[in-house]
Design a binder for this molecule. Structure first.
Ligand SMILES: [Zn+2]
Ligand SMILES: [Zn+2]
Length: 685
């Protein structure tokens, strides 16, 4: 409905005011802080169209964070009028026939205003804490909530909406609200209608809201005496817990469960609940579903040693075929002299072992020793001085002694131009490598010029090209020229070479002789990357509570008296999972613990998948997993069933005439265990 400006305005005041904010919902006349605020006056006017206009404005304004109830004195009080009427009508069953017959329009309107008024309160409280405080402290608030809970039934859409607003408002009061004792008249307690609501409504929002009210109520220790083991709220939270994808609903269920289990007697009673094992399972599943993990690789191998990769451009000279042919037939010692001149150069700080020297000679000439005389090793070494007068054969003192020839070194070949080597005549061309690609091309053209006019095969290395005319052959050989840049590496090839040890020399002339480096071992493990959300933590608290009450008596020391020195291992077990004797618990409690431990042993695998970044919380998980393996092996031992299993030995010593129990755990074989038992039983007696 359009706003009608006030009739009385003077040019005077209009000029004196700052420029009005005309943004929607921020106009001065809506938020004017005075008892004669136009909306308040409209509400109180009793004129239906005015009231409707005011509610329309307020419904929009209540979502504005600047909207404050206390800035319009009297507004809160006035707003309560319509919901109160709504409740009174419900109490009198006046709406009963509304689903069948149309209501009078005036009632229909008032009913709508009742819903609107609550909606305004609820929204205003949600966007601004000051509004929530104002409502909570209002004298009519708790009465309105209680009478609504008791008189409005969730049997129509309007009533469900009404109850939703009421329960939402009650959430601001619930944390500090103390429930009246069970003996007091229940009309002044919100507990029964809330439980009834949970049991009856299928509406998700209403379930979430009323369950929230309940867990807030029971988070207050003063109210825990009103908890019951078969509460409909517990059944509801167990019923909706499996809806893991509905985070909001599951969150509320877990919160209620935690409030319920926080009371020790409720937790003990819950161990007997038929849904207890599946609930434990769900709580762990919930934690797993909210787990944020990342896979990390951990290197557990030793350190790796690398060296920057480099190409071997300088190499020791090897005899070419021509050089060898020229040498073989020469008479000794002339042959040895010529061989040395080809293979070695004088180098004052150079050094070669005499063995290397002899081996090099021997490897070349031994194949021809049948036809041509071979020198003995000592002669070869002596000849070094003839060819290289400044070189000297000497013995380096050890240990170990080294026999070397100093002053010579291997002749080196520069291999940097190797890629410009001509491979014509099927790699037989013996001209030295060219210095560049263009020089090589000039050289190849010389080969081609001798080719006959009608053409021939390409003679480059192993080129399979079919015969080509001379002209085309010139173009074809261009494909064999190396690129000006050195060949690029494969993208996966690293810039470093992995060496077997830091002492290893790199580069070596023959890379295939380099030993294989030690194996690199990496482990891939999953690690939590973020802290779990609060619902996971609450789930963990619930699991922890159940764990503590299921396992308490296992750690409790057995009572020691004249007859019993506390050998729990001597009780024969059928189940293999029973509390030790004398734990001071009633049969029902022992049965509950047995159920609890059985349930925990079933979720052990699931628990092992839980990862939490916080060490303390992770410690809880580890404790749960470990205590089960301990209790299992302990009970196995007590059943005397398995050789070598864990023996729990209660060694009794007498100290000041009073028995002191020392618990010792031994991992011993059946035989040894029997001996131990006999020995200590005798000692103890
Ligand atoms: Zn050539
Ligand atoms: Zn070719």
């Amino acid at each position: 409905m359009a706003y009608r400006p006030p009739l009385l305005t003077t040019t005077h005041t209009a000029l004196a005011r700052p420029a009005p904010n005309t943004t929607d919902d921020y106009e001065r006349w809506y938020t004017e802080a005075s008892p004669n605020n136009r909306m308040l006056l409209s509400l109180r006017s009793g004129i239906p169209s005015e009231i409707a206009w005011a509610f329309d404005r307020l419904c929009r304004l209540c979502n504005n964070e600047q909207f404050l109830f206390r800035s319009i004195p009297g507004l809160t009080n006035t707003l309560f009028e319509w919901p109160e009427w709504y409740i009174a009508q419900n109490a009198a069953d006046s709406f009963k026939l509304s689903s069948l017959f149309a209501m009078p329009s005036s009632e229909e309107r008032k009913r709508r205003h009742g819903l609107e008024a609550l909606c305004i309160m609820r929204n205003a409280a949600a966007v601004n804490d000051a509004n929530a405080e104002e409502l909570v402290n209002h004298r009519k608030a708790i009465h309105l909530i209680l009478s609504a809970l008791h008189n409005v039934q969730p049997d129509s859409d309007e009533n469900v909406e009404f109850l939703l607003y009421v329960t939402d408002l009650f959430q601001y009061i619930a944390p500090t609200y103390t429930l009246p004792p069970a003996s007091a008249p229940q009309t002044i307690s919100p507990l029964l209608p809330l439980l009834d609501l949970i049991r009856r409504t299928p509406n998700r929002s209403l379930i979430v809201s009323s369950l929230t009210c309940l867990y807030l109520l029971f988070s207050n220790p003063a109210n825990s005496s009103r908890l019951t083991a078969n509460s409909p709220a517990l059944s509801a939270s167990l019923l909706y817990l499996p809806l893991l994808s509905d985070r909001v609903l599951v969150d509320v269920c877990i919160n209620y469960l935690y409030a319920h289990l926080s009371h020790p007697s409720m937790a003990k009673a819950f161990l007997h609940h038929p849904d207890m094992p599946s609930t434990l399972n769900l709580l762990v599943t919930q934690m797993l579903s909210e787990q944020i993990e990342d896979t990390v690789s951990i290197d557990i191998g030793g350190p790796t040693h690398t060296a920057p990769a480099q190409a071997v451009l300088i190499k020791d000279h090897e005899l070419s075929k021509e050089e060898l042919d020229g040498l073989i037939a020469l008479p000794e010692p002339q042959r040895c002299y010529e061989w040395m001149k080809l293979m070695f150069v004088a180098k004052p700080d150079g050094e070669l072992t005499q063995v290397d020297f002899w081996n090099l000679y021997k490897d070349v000439f031994v194949p021809y020793q049948d036809q041509y005389h071979l020198l003995v090793a000592s002669d070869v070494i002596k000849n070094v001085n003839v060819v290289f007068p400044q070189a000297q054969a000497m013995v380096l003192p050890g240990p170990p002694q080294k026999f070397v020839v100093r002053g010579v070194d291997r002749r080196k070949d520069d291999r940097s131009n190797e890629r410009f080597k001509c491979l014509w005549n099927r790699s037989e061309c013996n001209s030295p490598p060219s210095s560049s690609a263009s020089e090589l091309y000039e050289h190849i053209l010389e080969h081609i010029s001798s080719v006959e006019e009608h053409g021939q095969n390409c003679s480059w290395a192993t080129c399979p090209r079919e015969p080509l005319p001379k002209l085309n052959l010139r173009a074809h050989v261009l494909t064999h020229l190396p690129s000006v840049q050195p060949p690029s590496k494969h993208p996966t090839q690293s810039d470093t070479i992995t060496l077997p040890s830091p002492q290893h020399v790199y580069p070596v002339s023959n890379p295939t002789t380099r030993p294989v480096p030690p194996l690199k071992t990496t482990l891939s493990v999953k690690k939590p990357v973020a802290d779990p959300p609060s619902s996971s933590l609450t789930a963990l608290l619930c699991i922890r509570i159940l764990f503590r009450i299921s396992f308490t008596s296992v750690e409790a020391a057995p009572r020691v008296d004249a007859d019993h020195f506390g050998f729990p291992g001597l009780i024969e077990e059928d189940e293999g999972m029973e509390a030790p004797e004398d734990s001071g618990l009633s049969d029902s409690e022992q049965e509950g613990q047995r159920r609890g431990r059985r349930a925990f042993s079933r979720i052990r695998r699931l628990l092992e998948g839980v990862q939490i970044r916080d060490e303390t919380l992770m410690g809880w998980i580890t404790e749960m997993i470990q205590s089960q393996s301990q209790s299992q092996s302990r009970y196995r031992a007590s059943g005397l069933t398995r050789a070598g299993s864990c023996l729990l030995l209660w060694l009794v010593t007498f100290y000041n005439e009073r028995p002191v129990c020392i618990k010792i755990c031994y991992n011993v074989s059946e035989v040894v265990r029997g001996t131990f038992y006999n020995t200590f039983w005798k000692v103890a007696n």
